[in-house]
Design a protein around this ligand. Structure first.
Ligand SMILES: [Fe+2]
Length: 620
């Protein structure tokens, strides 16, 4: 240990006799990492004390080298600064681990989280002063594979300048093969992913909004040789895992590559927890083209009002499949997804990135599978970091999953299992879906998938009735049985909304004695939003179907005619490639914007000019 002078701290919480801090350490805090970062001025010379128990419990990671503290406040202590401690433990999340942090032997009341990142405001500390910090982790019985670590650090003495940029800096652009994108399905964790054209030593720096110090965490790297990807050159993908974040909170992050800044001060917001007021998202399908449409869509979603507030505030973005035409290769994903939606193709700075500041929720489409003979969507699976569905076959990992935010439960499905007989595991996915939906207590249940189960494009109402029928027979009853209120999908390149439908056990739409489809208060709204960039389809709709042979055949074979579409002002709510002003707003391209509160689910569809195509609200 160091012999630097010690200074005992006064801790108000400790003096007030508050209970010892107790934390639950999640299992998903992976890969033994122990980092102590001193947000303020830290210092150099950190020393690790002896491991009292399991030496293998943790490994050390580099210290953050941050700047220096702001000037002292009126009490003569540093302000606007924090001590950050990050660690992981092998303790199972079924057990409550006991985490204690002491500064100068005085137990510190932890100000934030209490998971694997601990943030301790340094307002009680003095600039340019050395402190000893002890971190002790034990299991609930005081034994277990716990550990103790001790460090000494010295606070700094000058403020850190605010970052000048909010996105990839010019210096790093030449090396950035992919601009950063956010993967997250949990309020407290985020994975930042990016790629470079050269190998190196990558790291992510993160800080809460408003703090001046960065916590530096090393990132994992994986090389993608050209022989694997078919690209002209190899690239290197990096993942920085951030844990212990606050729910629904603002952060900033930046990327380092061999100590060179690759992106600076990128804003980030975590997903909201269950008690969050509102969850907002945007969704669109079939965006994976190489043309200007996805960029126009991106810019529309990111647009602001005159006062600077966002037109479409959102907490995450959903890509409803067919993210990368035509074959979902690495080249397709680079050119038609990442470069398009991150702003890299614009030769720019990346400020217009739809991927860098909010989680992107990836859904598998048929084009993302491409022509893979093995039916493994390699580029999709290696690019995105999705949860693993409990009990699903390992070969299906990250292809379908669920997550929660606010009072909503979201499920993401891989509907290629209905489309291609060579894609196995439909039964296993549906069994998982039953279990998953049965377990949720959240009021709102929303499903995202790719294929058009109820729609009037060339897929939903054309020649694809084999898979459409299978989805109606097998999937629709499960969604209905478990109270799913809304299913959003693409594949058909148009916008369309159904009435709240109920189906019978064979997946046929329930009709009244007049063969009419009524709005069912507890039915499912099926919404097609395949308007993200692919060329628009023309509806396959008979405007007066009753009595026509096609209608009778459809009713006989599939239980529906063409009359399940919701109506507005006497018109079916379908926007397709045939719609032109002034009869309707030209749909061109667009997206869905949803706001979910405990009281209501509000959905509005916009075209890229901001014109409202459709709006509706559910309250139960
Ligand atoms: Fe598709």
């Amino acid at each position: 240990m160091t012999d630097l002078p010690l200074r005992r701290l006064r801790d108000p919480a400790h003096e007030a006799g508050k209970p010892t801090f107790r934390s639950r350490v999640p299992r998903h805090a992976v890969s033994g990492l122990l980092a102590l970062a001193l947000a303020l001025g830290l210092g150099a010379g950190c020393q690790i004390g002896p491991a009292i128990q399991s030496e293998s419990a943790v490994r050390t990671a580099p210290l953050a080298v941050a700047g220096v503290s702001p000037p002292p406040d009126a009490q003569g202590v540093a302000t606007n600064a924090a001590l950050l401690v990050a660690f992981t433990t092998p303790l199972d999340d079924a057990a409550f681990a006991r985490v204690q942090l002491a500064i100068e032997g005085v137990e510190a009341r932890l100000s934030r989280g209490g998971r694997s990142v601990i943030l301790w405001p340094t307002k009680h500390m003095t600039p340019l002063t050395s402190y000893t910090v002890t971190l002790r982790v034990t299991g609930p019985d005081g034994l277990d594979p716990g550990f103790v670590r001790q460090w000494t650090f010295r606070t700094g003495d000058a403020p850190i300048a605010s970052p000048a940029h909010e996105v990839p800096a010019a210096d790093g652009q030449s090396l950035l093969f992919r601009y950063p994108y956010i993967q997250s399905h949990f309020p407290n964790t985020v994975t930042v992913v990016w790629a470079t054209s050269t190998p190196g030593r990558p790291a992510v720096q993160v800080r809460p909004e408003g703090l001046d110090a960065w916590l530096t965490l090393p990132a994992r790297s994986e090389s993608f040789p050209s022989t694997l990807t078919g690209l002209r050159a190899s690239f290197f993908q990096h993942q920085g895992f951030l844990d212990g974040l606050d729910a629904g909170a603002l952060y900033r992050y930046q990327l380092l590559h061999d100590d060179q800044l690759m992106a600076t001060g990128v804003p980030l917001k975590t997903l909201g927890a269950q008690d969050t007021d509102a969850v907002r998202f945007v969704a669109f399908g079939d965006s994976g083209t190489n043309g200007p449409e996805p960029r126009a869509l991106r810019d529309a979603i990111l647009s602001h009002h005159g006062d600077g507030t966002p037109r479409y505030p959102h907490d995450f973005v959903v890509g409803l499949g067919d993210l990368a035409y035509y074959n979902g290769t690495y080249t397709d994903f680079n050119n038609n997804f990442f470069d398009q939606l991150s702003g890299k193709k614009d030769q720019g700075h990346g400020r217009q990135s739809l991927l860098a500041s909010r989680p992107f929720i990836a859904v598998l489409g048929n084009h993302d599978y491409g022509k893979s003979a093995t039916k493994i969507p390699h580029a999709f699976l290696s690019s995105f970091v999705n949860p693993v569905a409990a009990g699903a076959p390992s070969s299906d990992a990250e292809r379908y999953y669920s997550f929660d935010s606010g009072d909503a439960h979201f499920v993401v499905l891989d509907t290629m299992k209905f489309d291609d007989p060579l894609v196995p595991g439909r039964q296993e996915m549906l069994a998982w879906l039953e279990r998953d939906l049965a377990a949720t207590k959240r009021k709102w249940r929303i499903a995202f998938f790719h294929h058009a189960i109820f729609a009037h494009g060339e897929h939903g109402a054309g020649d694809d009735f084999r898979q459409v029928r299978a989805m109606r027979q097998r999937l629709a009853p499960i969604l209905q049985r478990h109270g799913v209120q809304l299913a959003i999908f693409g594949h058909d390149h148009l916008y369309e909304r159904s009435k709240r439908l109920r189906v019978d056990s064979a997946g046929r739409i329930v009709r009244d004695s007049n063969c009419a489809v009524a709005e069912s208060p507890r039915g499912v709204v099926y919404l097609v939003a395949g308007i993200g960039g692919g060329e628009l389809y023309t509806r396959q709709v008979n405007s007066d179907p009753c009595g026509t042979p096609g209608y009778r055949r459809a009713v006989r074979d599939y239980g529906d005619g063409y009359d399940f579409v919701a109506m507005r002002d006497g018109e079916p709510i379908i926007y397709d490639g045939s719609d032109q002003p002034p009869r309707k707003p030209a749909v061109r391209y667009g997206f869905v914007h949803a706001v979910v509160t405990s009281a209501r689910l509000s959905v509005t569809a916009y075209n890229i000019d901001g014109e409202v195509l459709d709006t509706f609200e559910l309250t139960e």
